[in-house]
Design a protein around this ligand. Structure first.
Ligand code: NDP
Ligand code: 2IT
Length: 450
């Protein structure tokens, strides 16, 4: 890409789209960041003189590979594997693996791009990466998932390492998959290292890593609420998704005295006006993590409403914590939320709000915590897992939780520092984008033409 010392957002986006066609999620993620950065970059021309923007949207390396595996009937199956090594200016590439049939290059590039800023915000030394496959774990046996993971790692292992690139989980990749991936890495490399995070607790994992994204998002939302003299106590909360992030979001909201009334999956959502208490949550964890069933079964078991093919944003709630996937809140959903009195949206998922939805939140000046800030607790505790692996010690639950809590407070403070507008309104999106950018961009400036 060519570059000029001053940002012309439209020209920049036109060139990016021409060079990266058919990657709408990547375009969306970059556009949001560029809009936040434009004034800042024009006020600080040293970044554009060095072409930082043109470099930061170009992955350092993209790896794409064939993943052949045999299903239980002995049929040969083939999926596509990816690892995007986006930016290593401030540390080894770090970010999750997603296994989902919708996975493609553009989706993983958007996620890797977001990860660069998110990891910078955590205060820990981690670069950004993301990977995955269009493999669909749904309906597969444990043995099929194991064979797939082994085949995936048979190629990936030569590109990763504890000081190079450290993958973790994301949609469709949880403790089971990390176990199979780690076992195969260990066989191939003949070494026991912290090459993946989200490991089991007795083979190098960190306490609180499973909880970290959900807990972290609630800690972040709580910091935003505090700026308005508010808290979770007595609030009605809408949560989407019912996987790792959603589950521990519910647990922490319950602890802070809020009431979660919705959960969802890709088939529909449930509405439980009495709230999903800890006993019901335990059942959801069994349903989703062990039985691997559908959220509709919650409605059958507890006799509550289930809405097929819909998302929960039409229900009334004070706070919304989207925790399923990208673009799950559109402009109309956002308007409905705000009209129904929702005054705080904090993103557990990556890029769950469309640009139209974000416009609605910002125009109404509600508390809006973007994913790269609000869900950074997961990767932050991954960073703490890397530290524990390096020093060959493990910290207690309380120690890790306290560190997580402090990191979320620091991220909130960074957003306030860079996102406070003249009228006092805090635009957390701008704050997170600028705050995340500065550290990476300064490192790139210091390191020369990298
Ligand atoms: P899981 O696989 O554990 O759960 C994903 C949940 O979202 C499931 O309920 C799933 O439903 C639902 N979902 C997935 N795709 C869609 C879709 N297209 N439409 C509607 N619902 C969908 O993943 P996680 O909980 O780990 O991840 C959830 C979100 O949080 C993602 O955006 C992820 O990138 C983000 N995130 C995760 C972190 C982590 O540490 N795990 C860290 C930071 C962000 P179904 O079962 O039907 O597919
Ligand atoms: O989106 C994310 O931050 C994650 N999926 C977690 C990444 C990690 O390395 O723990």
């Amino acid at each position: 890409m060519t570059h000029s010392p001053f940002i012309n957002v439209d020209a920049f986006m036109a060139e990016l789209k021409a060079k990266n066609p058919a990657e709408p999620e990547f375009h969306q993620a970059v556009h949001e960041v560029i809009l936040s950065l434009a004034d800042f970059l024009n006020e600080n021309p040293k970044y554009q003189k060095a072409g930082i923007l043109e470099r930061i949207v170009e992955p350092e390396r993209v790896i794409m590979f064939r993943v052949p595996w045999l299903d239980d009937q002995g049929n040969m199956r083939v999926n596509r594997g990816f690892r995007i090594e986006m930016n290593s200016a401030i540390g080894p590439y770090k970010g999750g693996l997603r296994f989902h049939p919708t996975v493609n290059l553009g989706i993983l590039k958007f996620l890797a791009f977001e990860q660069v800023f998110k990891n910078s915000l955590t205060t820990l030394p981690m670069g950004g990466g993301k990977g995955g496959s269009d493999f669909d774990p749904k309906g597969k046996s444990d043995n099929e998932v194991m064979r797939f993971c082994q085949s995936f790692m048979t190629e990936l292992y030569r590109h990763i390492g504890p000081n190079t690139d450290v993958p973790a989980g994301d949609i469709g990749v949880g403790g089971r998959e990390i176990g199979y991936l780690f076992g195969q890495y260990k066989r191939l490399a003949n070494e026991f290292t912290g090459v993946l995070t989200g490991k089991g607790i007795n083979w190098g994992g960190s306490l609180i890593r499973p909880e970290a994204t959900g807990y972290g998002n609630v800690y972040f939302a709580n910091e935003m609420l505090k700026t308005k003299g508010e808290s979770f106590e007595g609030k009605t909360v809408l949560v989407s998704g019912s996987g790792n992030v959603a589950q521990y979001t519910v647990e922490k909201v319950n602890e802070l005295g809020g009431k979660v009334v919705t959960l969802s999956d890709s088939s529909g959502y449930i509405y439980d006006p009495d709230g999903i208490d800890n006993e019901k949550l335990e059942w959801v964890m069994y349903l989703k993590n062990i039985k691997r069933g559908r959220i509709k079964e919650y409605a059958d078991k507890y006799g509550v409403k289930y809405v097929e093919g819909a998302r929960p944003w039409g229900e009334k709630g004070d706070i919304a914590l989207p925790s399923a996937t990208q673009n799950e809140i559109d402009g109309n959903d956002a308007k409905t939320l705000v009209d129904n009195g929702c005054f705080c949206v904090s993103e557990g998922a990556n890029m769950p709000s469309t640009p139209d939805a974000i416009d609605v939140f910002l125009k109404n000046e509600i508390l809006y915590g973007p994913g790269k800030a609000a869900n950074a607790g997961g990767v932050a505790v991954s960073g703490l897992e890397m530290t524990q692996n390096s020093i060959r010690l493990s910290w207690s639950r309380e120690e890790v939780d306290e560190k997580l809590h402090n990191i979320m407070k620091e991220i909130h403070a960074t957003c306030i520092k860079y996102g406070t507008k003249e009228n006092g309104f805090v635009n957390y999106m701008d704050g997170a984008n600028i705050g995340g950018f500065v550290k990476v961009a300064d490192a790139m400036l210091a390191q020369g033409a990298v």
